[in-house]
Design a protein around this ligand. Structure first.
Ligand SMILES: [Zn+2]
Length: 405
């Protein structure tokens, strides 16, 4: 089994400066390599430069610029070039598919936040058996950085990444050969319905609320964004004033916090489900629709401030965004299910909340759902919470739940 662990790093001031420099140098490597590919592509011969070509130049680049490039791990720089290669492969794949993708773009220093070490022990070392009680990870060119290891790491560490998120630093360990930890059988199975009002509802009728992390602190975010919008836009990161950078950092850290809270909630809900049920049926998501985004609505009064586009939410345009969130949730659920030896069954969820779940009926009509929460069958009069009806039907389609008698 494969698993990822994410830990908070506690670098010293000096290490933090080195980490920042590392990101900056990797960013310039990325942009330089992108420039080379652009130039080659713009040339009449339309030469394609491949990962192998660029990787072969690394040695020279490092020798030429030992201060900026030579000090960082070689294989880690290869990983950055491979990331660029991936972006290009995706670009060409979409061109071949007849779509109109955007050409891979340069990354701003503030937007280049991850460096990957493809192999533990090469340019970085995860210290699995610390001498003292403090866990540390060593990065080439940075030193031994303290790790807030809040849980034990199991399996074999394959890949190590460093991430900057809202002014904080994180370590991500990707492990394989993680032993599965099967849970005890419970004799219970369920279908789940993922919704807007409730985050999810089980076929047993249990609702999990949709926490509104953003709404809860929307006022503070608005303040932070207003503060940021007072600064001139479109100023390059390194030319911003200290106050401008601080304002940006406040907004960023705010978003990072909401993201963490949401993930934490996903993990808790998924764990609850996995503990309770041996098999879970869920709606199969429309992956193709996920990449579409609703048009943002800007505030005419304040530059750079976005208003909640409620109209879009009502019209269902935000569905893709919600789907993306559920995609993350289902990914977490799948991981936990695999580890615990539980089964997940995706089903086509069309009309699940419009179809009567009664064995003798099965009438399908949009009018069976007179209100958001209410299901009332026009044919037989069966009445139930609409989300639960959805969950029961999902369960029926997976063969887990019996129709209502
Ligand atoms: Zn009915």
């Amino acid at each position: 089994m494969i698993r990822a662990y994410k830990f908070l790093l506690r670098p010293t001031k000096r290490q933090e400066a080195s980490l920042t420099q590392m990101l900056r140098d990797h960013c310039s490597l990325y942009n330089g390599a992108l420039q080379e590919r652009r130039d080659a592509y713009a040339h009449p011969s339309k030469t394609k430069i491949r990962y192998g070509d660029q990787s072969a130049q690394l040695k020279e680049i490092r020798a030429f610029d030992p201060e900026r490039q030579g000090r960082w791990s070689f294989s880690c720089q290869q990983a950055t070039l491979r990331r660029l290669d991936k972006a290009f492969q995706a670009f060409f794949r979409r061109v071949r598919a007849g779509q109109k993708p955007g050409y891979p773009r340069f990354r701003g220093v503030g937007r280049f936040d991850t460096v990957v070490f493809p192999k533990d022990g090469d340019g970085c070392r995860w210290d699995s058996t610390p001498q003292d009680a403090v866990t540390r990870v060593r990065f080439q060119g940075v030193g031994h950085v303290r790790v807030h290891q809040h849980r034990p790491v199991k399996g074999r560490v394959k890949m190590v990444s460093v991430k900057r998120e809202g002014g904080r630093w994180f370590l991500v360990l990707a492990c394989d050969q993680v032993p599965a930890q099967p849970l005890e059988p419970t004799g219970r199975v369920a279908g789940i319905d993922m919704g807007v009002a409730s985050f999810l509802t089980t076929s047993e009728g249990e609702h999990v609320d949709n926490p509104r992390f953003l709404a809860r602190s929307a006022h503070k975010l608005a303040l932070a964004q207003r503060n940021l919008s007072a600064f001139p836009q479109r100023v390059k990161a390194h030319k911003r004033t200290r106050k401008h950078r601080a304002a940006q950092a406040r907004v960023n850290s705010f978003h990072a916090k909401v993201r963490r809270q949401r993930l934490d909630h996903h993990h808790k809900v998924a764990l609850d489900l996995i503990r309770s049920f041996e098999a879970i049926a869920h709606e199969r998501l429309n992956i193709a629709g996920m990449t579409r985004k609703p048009a943002p609505k800007t505030d005419p009064e304040q530059r750079g401030v976005f208003l909640a586009n409620n109209a879009a939410a009502k019209a269902g345009l935000n569905k893709s965004i919600q789907d993306a969130g559920w995609g993350v949730f289902l990914g977490i659920l799948a991981h936990k299910a695999e580890s615990a030896g539980r089964e997940l069954i995706p089903v086509d969820a069309r009309n699940t909340s419009r179809t009567c779940p009664r064995q003798s009926c099965g009438h399908t009509s949009a009018n069976n759902r007179p209100a958001q929460e209410k299901f009332r069958c026009l044919q037989c009069g069966y009445t139930e919470h609409a989300d639960r009806v959805g969950a029961v039907n999902v369960g029926i389609r997976a063969g887990l739940v019996l129709p209502v008698l």
